[in-house]
Design a protein around this ligand. Structure first.
Ligand SMILES: [Zn+2]
Ligand SMILES: [Zn+2]
Length: 637
């Protein structure tokens, strides 16, 4: 493929976080490739932040014919500003989340005046969204997008793998791993996402971690069940769009034998999840129990007749409430002896009148004497770390966080790139330096394949401190000149498993192993390097066994001089596959482009289909001191 220099510079994906690098909410992230603008989320800022008006080429202004918008979920800080956009921009969202959001906006459309009008407009706009299906990739411009479901306090929330030009980015959206639907995440990541170059990750709980409660939804459900068993009359203030929590409350009420009472709006929200045909409808969790246990939907939002009153007295109840006049009036008409009030939302809404997040109506409704049962919709540090380990990105960009510095410190074993709002980050492996025509200089990286099955060879060791790792080998690029390869190396990001980089160069029509660099990109050894290992010294060596490369504990036997080779051969330690040593040595020279100039003896038993490896020949540049693995910060089972 012939490309102009300009085209090559445009290769890869450029990531711009227009808003959200140092705040929670107001999210807008752009992925740009070959002039196409793919945006993820266009949300409102949360109260308490300096409100900014964004002017974004391809989104709020200019040519929008090469733009599209993906919505991760229906929380206002991700979708809130969508109705302001040019209607020519196609918007993609999950179907169920879309329905829930539309119902929610329609419910608010009865507010008189401008605000109600705006809500109706939003509902209209949302009705025109396109839908994607989890696990089914789709194409938009040069991008291939794979949506997967993430567990979050919003139902039907998504993360995206965004692929273009051989680059892969994973955009987490808001997520957690302690919900009802989190268990499958590792297998979903493995099946649909795999390894990526870059992760754009939410970091809400980085600074909230102290007071953010991340107990599981299962525990929350149990606490409610116990509370409802103990108390006859219960009122729960909970977000109507927190579908998982609503169903947990329904099941908890049933287990405790209490009537589950809610208004038509909350029921509609739950219906949206219960009636999804394929995705969640199958789950028993998103089903209403029937008969006596069926939810009681308030008639005309609050008429209570004698029969209903008596039933409440007999069974007790769990009322799903919101802070409004309607519920205040209703509560006065319901049996109330020993009634308990629960808040099942973030405490920040009610506990500090000075806080910008303070909700006066809600604070008054729950009063001072309430029980707080809640867990965060966002991931804790440990689960984020687990996710990153699965994705193995070269770079992580934090968003949706108040404290990107703390994020970077917390995940210091990773390459965390803190961007400023509006700053462009290029995933082009060569950064801004031009990629040259295919040449004969090859730059490549060798990394340890973590937790891989060593299935090609049989390995056994009596000493558990002695190890053998399989290696991954990846070409980074081809160049005309060694200098260009060295320059390109500066722009390559070292994955945490990278053992070394190497440059192979052409010499008399054969490729020879030239420079070997440490993972910090300082030169480790080159063609002229002398062996610094003493005879009998224990070291780590890269060995090329049939089919795969391995990093193995070895004993250095010394340079591969003719005498030394003859000695190990005569001792039966070197199986050269020739009838005689002389015959072998005659053929030894021509393969010298690999320059296996050191004799090593593996300290563990390695058996390939060709037999046991007693001694082997490796280039001196493939011999590393023992501490090399510790530098990789690899955790080995
Ligand atoms: Zn959010
Ligand atoms: Zn959210």
């Amino acid at each position: 493929m012939n490309m102009t220099m300009n085209e090559k510079e445009l290769m890869g994906i450029r990531v711009t976080v227009h808003r959200g690098t140092n705040q929670i909410g107001g999210c807008v992230t752009e992925y740009e490739c070959r002039g196409f603008h793919l945006f993820v989320d266009y949300g409102e800022q949360l109260p308490g932040y300096e409100q900014t008006n964004l002017e974004i080429e391809g989104l709020t202004k200019g040519d929008v014919s090469h733009s599209a918008l993906l919505i991760t979920h229906y929380h206002g800080d991700h979708i809130g500003k969508v109705s302001e956009l040019n209607s020519e921009i196609p918007v993609y969202m999950g179907k169920t989340g879309c329905e829930i959001y539309r119902e929610f906006e329609l419910h608010m459309a009865h507010i008189p005046g401008e605000e109600g009008k705006k809500k109706r407009m939003v509902a209209d706009r949302v009705g025109k969204f396109r839908h994607f299906v989890p696990g089914l990739s789709f194409e938009v411009g040069p991008f291939k997008i794979m949506p997967i479901v993430m567990d979050h306090s919003a139902f039907d929330a998504y993360a995206f793998k965004i692929e273009a030009d051989d680059r892969k980015v994973f955009h987490t959206g808001d997520f957690r791993t302690h919900g009802f639907r989190s268990k499958t995440l590792p297998s979903v990541i493995e099946k649909y996402i795999g390894k990526v170059d870059c992760v754009v990750s939410e970091g809400t709980n980085i600074e909230r971690s102290k007071d953010a409660v991340t107990k599981s939804e299962q525990v929350i459900k149990k606490e409610f069940t116990e509370g409802f068993k103990e108390n006859k009359y219960n009122v729960v203030y909970v977000s109507s769009t927190n579908i998982d929590r609503l169903f947990a409350l329904h099941h908890a009420a049933c287990t405790a034998g209490r009537m589950f009472i809610l208004d038509e709006f909350a029921k509609k929200m739950m219906d949206a999840a219960a009636n999804v045909d394929k995705l969640w409808g199958k789950s028993r969790f998103y089903h209403f129990l029937g008969g006596q246990q069926a939810p009681k939907v308030l008639w005309k939002d609050g008429v209570i007749n004698d029969t209903f009153y008596q039933a409440m007295e007999r069974h007790g109840y769990v009322l799903i409430a919101r802070a409004s006049d309607k519920f205040e009036k209703l509560l006065k008409k319901m049996p109330s002896e020993g009634r308990k009030t629960y808040l099942s939302m973030w405490k920040g809404y009610v506990d500090n009148p000075e806080s910008p997040a303070y909700n006066k109506n809600l604070a008054e409704a729950v009063g001072k004497d309430y029980v707080h049962i809640h867990t965060s919709g966002h991931s804790d540090v440990e689960s984020m770390s687990k996710l990153f380990k699965m994705l193995e990105p070269n770079v992580i960009i934090p968003i949706h966080t108040n404290d990107p510095e703390k994020f970077a410190k917390t995940f210091s074993e990773w390459n965390v790139k803190m961007l400023a709002d509006g700053e462009v980050f290029s995933t082009n492996p060569f950064g801004d330096i031009p990629v040259h025509e295919e040449g004969d200089i090859v730059l490549s990286a060798i990394s340890i394949a973590e937790n891989q099955e060593l299935d090609d060879v049989k390995i056994s060791s009596v000493d558990e401190n002695l190890k053998c790792w399989k290696l991954d080998y990846k070409d980074i690029g081809s160049f005309c000149y060694t200098e260009q390869a060295r320059e390109a190396l500066k722009y390559v990001r070292a994955n945490k498993n990278v053992l070394a980089f190497e440059i192979w160069e052409e010499c008399d029509f054969t490729l020879i192993l030239g420079d070997v660099y440490r993972r910090d990109k300082t030169l480790y050894a080159n063609l002229d390097s002398e062996c610094t290992f003493a005879s009998e010294e224990v070291a780590m060596a890269i060995m090329r066994l049939p089919f795969s490369w391995y990093l193995v504990h070895v004993k250095v036997m010394g340079p591969a001089t003719k005498e030394a080779l003859k000695k190990v051969h005569d001792e039966g330690l070197l199986d050269v596959g020739y009838n005689s040593f002389d015959e072998f040595y005659e053929h030894y020279e021509p393969i010298s482009h690999y320059e296996p100039d050191m004799i090593v003896k593996p300290l563990i038993d390695i058996e390939t289909f060709e037999g046991k490896v007693l001694c082997d020949l490796v280039p001196v540049r493939y011999l590393f001191p023992m501490d090399v693995v510790e530098q990789l910060q690899l955790k080995v089972k």
